[in-house]
Design a binder for this molecule. Structure first.
Ligand SMILES: [Zn+2]
Length: 288
């Protein structure tokens, strides 16, 4: 479940920062996170590498969670055990909750792609919030701002966690001890997904200042459904060779970033996401 390069990102035996030390910390401070890790036992937790799509932060693709190695205890931007636990809880929310992973390419239109993306980030934020509340209750530092607002890794200003506390109503974070207990409190889950999804819409998934989560959700939908698939379809009509088809599909994906801004005018008329998509396309064109 833990790749060797993930384990290597922790401290040497005796440092107090080994993976075992971290897992003991989780066991002691968040019953929910300890249980979510058990539920994920068939998955893989590994580090992201240079040249991969995801070089910074953390991400989940299918049954694999990627962590930027610089965030691990041996890394330059090492997170505290508490914040690392919180970030892992976010990714486990993506991997385990019913709406946690979105497939924007399956959406019928840009609006639906945004809704899917919001539900996925909302699910992740829900798991993360509950774990952050358990860590706070256990006295782990870093989860309460000086002004008394609760904090979590996704929002160090405390506004998001405060809204999610409101969604709890009469429930307590300690009521959530495993995956099923999150799923079974469906009213809370729905409300928290909605709050978390709305929060994430305008956040930035990378250092690129022109790309928000909404931009990336809609651009994925656009590239896969309106451009790449239609090119692949045309290619398969004239060429049965699978390798050629895949190669041309990759080419189409790159070419679409360059021509996307122009094409979008015809496809997304009057759609409010158009300016964001144009910026996305322009920024990629500039890099190439
Ligand atoms: Zn996320």
């Amino acid at each position: 479940m833990y790749s060797s390069n993930f384990i290597a990102g922790f401290g040497a035996p005796g440092s107090g920062k080994t993976l075992d030390d971290f897992l003991n910390f989780i066991q002691l401070n968040s019953p929910l996170l300890a249980s979510l890790l058990v539920s994920f036992k068939d998955g893989t937790i590994t580090v992201s590498g240079k040249g991969e799509k995801l070089e910074t932060g953390t991400a989940t693709i299918g049954n694999t969670i990627y962590v930027d190695p610089s965030l691990l205890p041996n890394g330059q931007k090492a997170l505290s055990f508490g914040m690392l636990a919180d970030a892992l809880a976010h990714e486990l929310g993506h991997a385990l909750l019913p709406d946690g992973e979105s497939d924007e390419a399956a959406a019928l239109n840009p609006t639906e792609a945004i809704q899917l993306g919001q539900k996925a980030e909302g699910s992740a934020v829900t798991a993360e919030f509950l774990v952050s509340q358990q860590l706070l209750a256990a006295g782990v530092p870093g989860f309460l701002a000086p002004d008394g607002k609760p904090e979590e890794y996704s929002d160090r200003s405390g506004g998001l966690a405060s809204s999610l506390v409101g969604a709890l109503g009469n429930l307590k974070a300690s009521d959530f001890t495993n995956l099923d207990s999150i799923k079974s409190h469906s009213d809370f889950l729905t409300a928290a997904e909605s709050i978390g999804g709305a929060y994430y819409t305008n956040q930035r998934p990378s250092a690129n200042p022109t790309i928000t989560y909404q931009t990336s959700w809609v651009s994925t939908w656009f590239l896969e459904t309106q451009f790449v698939e239609s090119v692949a379809q045309r290619v398969s009509e004239v060429c049965a060779d699978e390798l050629m088809r895949r190669t041309l599909k990759d080419f189409a994906r790159n070419a679409s970033l360059i021509s996307g801004a122009r094409m979008l005018d015809g496809i997304c008329n009057d759609n409010p996401t158009l300016p964001a998509l144009q910026k996305y396309s322009e920024s990629h064109t500039a890099i190439q």
